[in-house]
Design a protein around this ligand. Structure first.
Ligand code: FAD
Length: 417
């Protein structure tokens, strides 16, 4: 009998297991994968996420894997319109990292084991076990073709956006938006050394391109298109990938043509729904993508998972210590998760929808022209400037006040209303 069973051992599952094991709980983690194993995901980790890793004692270990710190960002919103800068430090962390998931996820699995959690790989959970009242009491899983069961008063689904735990418990979805994009990416070597610490993003018409430096002197380059483009994109991934780069980022296309080498195959997905799920019920909880998933454009998923893992570990501990009832502790977890993510969720959906509204476009002009606003914009995405502060009416009015008079008139006149 365990205290907690966690299904899934990547960004959400292993840190949750680590934190609970450090508090003295008996934790079993099951994953169908064997690590190190890659997954379809780009991997820009925000300074706010890295600040958590440092608090957990893991940041130096990750930095020591040779992943270059990212200290500059440049986002293009048009041929002549770009925002440059970087987020203000988050709890003293002044850079981002984009570690390969083979490296990051294995490091997290190791940390869970070191904390005392039992992590079992190549174990596929097939169903949940319940008592007569319907309360979840464990899992049935398969390893090497044989069926096993494990029991615990709490089963946590950290099993990704297509979570079995969510499906079996009927966890209700809300704030749902359809998938907005389809993304393919590949790794490249031989790009300009100027890219070593730079995250460049192009949001041009119906094309989004991101360039992210990672391990092994390589850069990940991702190309997202509207979701409806998926069948066409899939019919010729390489052709459409390069065509989009040539049209939206011609200088980058020249760099690729000028001796850069693709070092891995193309990967991608169109399975990018946007939703929250109610993250708890009798005997079960959800964390990470299983409970809250959004388009990857703003690179929030990993850092969000780490934030929510801390919230959930605290809630579980309060219940187990008898300090709080299950319903009130877990409802507070759900509220905190939603409150901390709702504004960036809205912004992500807007930006991923390839259709910025007129006010956002004007704000981009302000942000591009004022360095302090630019850094605060990147800080909002990085989690070092609270989104509610950045999007507060006072701040938006102050930024709009920095617009030239004619642009402001256009926005507030009959056409812009
Ligand atoms: C194309 C793309 C780009 C992205 N880019 C970024 C980015 O730049 N920055 C960022 O922060 N986030 C990014 N994300 C999001 C990020 O990948 C996720 O938020 C993050 O992986 C969530 O971690 P997780 O542990 O919740 O789920 P996952 O990483 O999906 O892990 C779930 C684990 O559960 C296991 N599992 C599932 N079902 C079972 C079962 N039945 N039995 C046993 N094991 C099971 C799986 O094997 C897997 O290991 C991107 C996502 C995509 C798809």
């Amino acid at each position: 009998m365990y205290d907690v069973i966690v299904v899934g051992a990547r960004c959400a599952g292993s840190p949750l297991a680590m934190l609970l094991a450090r508090k003295g709980y008996r934790v079993l983690v099951l994953d169908r994968a064997a690590f190190p194993k890659d997954t379809v995901s780009t991997h820009y980790v925000q300074p706010s996420g890295l600040a958590r890793l440092r608090r957990w004692g893991l940041l130096d270990r990750l930095a020591g894997t040779g992943c270059p710190p990212i200290t500059q960002a440049r986002w293009w919103f048009g041929e002549d319109l770009s925002v440059r800068g970087f987020a203000p430090p988050h709890d003293g962390v002044d850079s981002a990292l984009a570690p390969r998931r083979t490296v990051l996820d294995e490091l997290l699995v190791d940390a869970a084991r070191e904390a005392g959690a039992e992590v079992r790989e190549r174990c596929t959970v097939r169903s949940l076990l319940r008592d007569d009242d319907g309360r979840v009491t464990g899992v049935r899983f398969q390893r090497r073709g044989r069926e096993h069961t494990a029991h615990a008063p709490l089963v946590v689904g950290a099993d990704g956006r297509n979570s079995l735990v969510a499906r079996e418990t009927g966890a209700v979805k809300y704030h749902e938006r359809p998938p907005l994009t389809v993304v393919y990416y590949a790794y490249w070597r031989g790009l300009s050394p100027d890219r070593r610490h730079l995250n460049e993003v192009f949001l041009m018409g119906d094309k989004q391109i991101g360039v992210i430096p990672t391990h092994d002197d390589a850069c990940l380059i991702q190309v997202a298109r509207p979701h409806a483009f998926y069948p066409t994109y899939r019919s010729d991934i390489e052709g459409h990938y390069h065509k989009a780069i040539a049209e939206a980022a011609p200088a980058l296309a020249r760099e690729l043509a000028d001796g850069a080498e693709r070092v891995d195959r193309f990967r991608g997905t169109a399975d990018l729904g946007n939703f929250y799920r109610k993250p708890y019920g009798p005997g079960w909880a959800l964390v990470g993508d299983a409970g809250y998933h959004k388009d990857p454009l703003t690179g929030q998923g990993i850092s969000d998972a780490w934030r929510d893992v801390e919230l959930l570990a605290d809630a579980v501990d309060r219940v187990r210590c008898g300090a709080e009832e299950w319903e009130s502790a877990l409802a507070a977890y759900a509220r905190a998760r939603d409150a901390r993510s709702e504004l960036i969720y809205e912004f992500t959906c807007e930006a991923a929808g390839f259709d910025l509204d007129p006010m956002t476009r004007q704000l981009v002009q302000v942000v591009a022209a004022h360095q302090e606003d630019a850094d605060r914009f990147f800080g909002m995405i990085a989690g070092s400037v609270p989104a509610e502060e950045f999007f507060s009416p006072d701040n938006l009015l102050a930024m709009l006040g920095r617009l030239p008079a004619d642009a402001l008139a256009e926005l507030t006149g009959p056409k812009g209303m």
